[in-house]
Structures are given as C-alpha cells and as structure tokens.
Write a protein that binds this ligand. Structure first.
Ligand SMILES: *Cc1c(COP(=O)(O)O)cnc(C)c1O
Length: 357
C-alpha cells in the first residue's frame, strides 16, 4: 500500500464535463484552459485526454506551452499573457504558439519581427477587468498596425469578464456590450466567456468559449457545487489513516492545543497537511469523509498530518480518508477555508501522488 496522499484524476469525469461545456455552448469552439498544471490535475495527461476533443488549449505562460509541445501535443495553443520580449516571441514562433496581444509593447515586438512563418495572435481588449488588454478606443489603430505586418494573422478579439461568477452582476452586461460594439466595427471572431460566462451568461458565448474550472468539475459560483450544474469532480484527494489514538477529557490535540477533549475521544491521524495543499485555515465545522461518514477535523492542520474525531465512526489504520472529490464537493472545502476551488486545486503540491483512471 502507498501511504502518501493521492490525487486520483478521473478522466471520464473530465470528458463528461466537456460534454457539459458543449451543451451550454453548442455552437461555439472550445479553448480548454489548462494553465497551472491543468489546475493541479496534471498538464500533459489532461491535454492528452482532451486533444482532438477541443479546438485549442490555453495556458498562461510560455513555458507551460513548451512543456506541452515537448510532450508531443500538436494542437493550437493560446498564450493568455502573450510574450514579454524578443526571446519569448522567438520561442513562441518556433513552437507555433498563438500569443495574446494585450499591450502596445507587444505590438511593437511583433512589428520588429521578420519571421519565416505566419504568427497567429489574438487581440485582447480591456472592457472592465483592468488587468490586461488595450482600451476599446485603441482597437482601430492597433488593428491597423497589426494589418500592416504581413507576417501576422489576427485570429480574433478577446476579453475577460471580471464578475461573471455573480449571476446578478450588472457590469457583465456592460463588458459584453462593448464587445458587441467592437464586433460591429470589426467583424472578427470573438472570445469572452470563462466557465462562469458559459454557465451564467449565454450572451457571452460569442465564437469561442474558454472553460477552465468547470472542466475539472467545480462551479465558479461562490456557493453552488459542481453537481448543481451536472458537473462531476475530476480530482478526488485522499490520504490514509495513519493511526488512531484515544484522548481523555482535558487533553488537547495538536499545535497550540486549539482543541480540547471534554470526554474520551477516538482521534484519527490522517497523512495529509498543508505541505500537501490542504488549507491550514479552516472553520471549526470542517470535516473529511471516512467510510462514507463525515468526520470532523479537530485541532490545527499540521504540515504533514491532520487530526479527526473518529469517536462514533468505525475506522481502522490504513483506511482512505476523502478530503475532497466524489463524496465531498471542493466548493464546500473552499467555503470552510474562505477561499475558492481554484486555490485548492492549484495548491496541491508535487509530493501528492497523481494517478489517472
Ligand atoms: C484562467 C482563465 C480562463 C478560465 O477561467 P475559469 O474561470 O477557470 O473557467 C479563461 N480566460 C482567461 C483569460 C483566463 O485567464
């Protein structure tokens, strides 16, 4: 038996979630977002599973894209942050990547380049996120500059929604309206929607959608689990029960003695901690699943271990404990940790064994 924590990755669930993307956006092309090691699920295995099923991949950084190419992934790859200097542009061209162009310095880089092949790129517009993107008022001039470069092919216009995870938000409409206006002047393909746009804002679907989180089975909505959208969790995080000990009334468990027994308790020691990516700060009602039953976490989360109350739960050393996944939605854990599923997924560290099924 392997006593390490394990992230079991269910590629069938990944495929199921992709069909959910298709149901929501049936007429759109799909850019699968697999940045940050496919949200902790494993960049290359996830890309291999989705290759041929999606129209394109997106990563944030050049080196993520190069890892994909070195693993033999031949699909189109969108570089969400674009390239930052000449050296990166040269590599992007060598690996036939499609950079996003989001600021004037990147247009200048492209203008200087005389590559032996066409560069395919996307122009990003700032419609309200105020992070990346040129102003809508600069689109005309920038398009003229790009069109002067024979070696550049513009694939489309892109923007990113700031508040799409809130179905009642009003700024999403304003962001979409700006893209509609631009579309009237410049009939180019558009991509606007992330997972939240796909699930909550049909008007944002445009020509290409960019699902990330929902592919992995979690919902971007702050309180709803993925199952509310018929999504299936791809990652199930488990760790073994390393031992069980009895504590008596008055004894305290773990660092700083945060939790004190008021009667005799059975305490389970679980082999996972914040050094594996389980959040250290969680509310007192947080639990894990042991033999299909919720077992409350007691005391502080340590680096390699956490402790649970097994007083009324049949369990023995070696049993697998579920931290999140099929029996416990990651949105729930994110709520206990006052964070979002994105940070939990991407926070799973390298020493957690991934295995694929
Ligand atoms: C990460 C990212 C996405 C995917 O977002 P999800 O909320 O995970 O679906 C889409 N577009 C851009 C620009 C991104 O950075």
């Amino acid at each position: 038996m392997d006593w390490r924590p394990q992230a079991s990755i269910n590629l069938t669930a990944l495929q199921h979630n992709l069909t959910q993307v298709r149901q929501h956006a049936p007429g759109q092309r799909i850019i699968a977002v697999i940045k940050a090691d496919a949200y902790g699920h494993g960049l290359v295995p996830v890309a291999q599973s989705l290759q041929g099923q999606v129209d394109m991949f997106a990563v944030a950084r050049l080196h993520e894209a190069i890892t994909l190419r070195e693993a033999g992934i031949a699909a189109d790859i969108l570089l969400l942050e674009g390239v930052h200097d000449q050296e990166e542009l040269t590599l992007a061209i060598r690996h036939t990547l499609q950079p996003v162009v989001h600021q004037a310095s990147q247009v200048a880089l492209l203008q200087c380049m005389r590559p032996d092949r066409t560069i395919y790129c996307w122009l990003k517009i700032n419609t309200g996120m105020h992070r990346l993107g040129i102003a809508p008022s600069e689109v005309n001039t920038t398009l003229q500059q790009i069109r002067c470069c024979q070696h550049i092919r513009l694939c489309g216009l892109m923007t990113h929604l700031a508040n799409a995870d809130d179905p009642a938000d009003t700024s999403v409409r304003q962001q979409m309206d700006q893209m509609i206006m631009l579309g009237k002047q410049h009939p180019l393909p558009q991509t606007i929607a992330n997972s939240a746009g796909i699930l909550h804002w049909p008007a944002s679907h445009a020509d290409w959608v960019r699902p990330g989180l929902m592919l992995y089975g979690a919902a971007p909505h702050p309180t709803r689990p993925g199952s509310a959208y018929d999504l299936q969790p791809v990652m199930t995080l488990t760790a073994p029960l390393l031992g069980i000990r009895q504590v008596q009334a008055g004894e305290r468990v773990g660092y700083n003695g945060l939790w004190e027994a008021h009667k005799t308790h059975q305490i389970g020691i679980v082999g996972i901690g914040y050094g594996d990516g389980y959040p250290r700060n969680i509310t007192a009602d947080a639990y894990v699943i042991v033999n299909q039953q919720p077992a409350r976490i007691v005391g502080r989360i340590s680096m390699d271990m956490l402790t649970i109350d097994l007083t009324d739960i049949p369990a023995q050393r070696g049993d697998q404990v579920v931290l999140w996944g099929t029996e416990l939605p990651i949105n729930q854990v994110a709520t206990w940790a006052q964070t979002v599923p994105y940070t939990l997924f991407t926070g799973v560290t390298a020493r957690v064994l991934r295995h694929y099924q």
